[in-house]
Ligand binder design. Sequence first.
Ligand code: B4P
Length: 192
Amino acid sequence: MFNLVLFGPPGSGKGTQSDKLVAKYGVFHISTGELLREEIAQKTPLGIEAKKFMDRGKLVPDEVVIGMVDSFFEKHKDAKGFLFDGFPRTVAQAEALDKLLDLKEMQLDAVLALQVSEEELIKRLLERGKTSGRSDDTNEEVIRKRFAVYNNETQPVADYYKKEEKFYAIKGEGSVAEIFAALCSEIDKRIM
Ligand code: B4P
């Protein structure tokens, strides 16, 4: 079993590929985006607060996201490996993840980063916005804001993991099956 971060800009296919990786390797999937959308759907105080940030293309504050991941860990104490999807998105979150894994006497094995051009990302997100009901996908201005946030706040996370020699870039354009095959080959080569 392994602990893996699937990294990449909004719309790079993290959620799409995570579902397939979970089915193949049996790791526990933790998507902070999905957890936040569940909180929004249930209209919890956390969800109501988070929605204000997500609708504007901003990141939800670190303490909220880290608290949410912490309680997810508490609920799944027996899990032997995790696939982190959309987390960490800031260096503070990456440091918090190291501490949480430390407490479980676990460590992160690899960070696989999906590389997709901005033009392709915008096309995918606007397409998803037609059917997903996600307010953060329907407005191109909000989508561009999410990229700016990604470049300023999330890109430094890549450098954090490069220093730890855990960062591997994967071509995220092509068919879903081709990208999945590339991810599996990297996992099988480096971790399994
Ligand atoms: P997320 O839910 O993580 O979602 P995402 O980055 O928008 O998309 P993902 O990369 O998973 O793309 P998908 O597979 O769906 O985040 C949403 C928001 O939540 C953030 O903007 C932020 O506000 C907040 N948030 C989440 N985590 C946070 C954190 N840790 N800290 C603070 N805030 C946080 O793919 C996109 C589309 O492309 C889909 O329609 C899919 O069908 C299509 N697609 C996938 N692969 C394709 C391919 N190969 N070819 C063509 N289309 C493809």
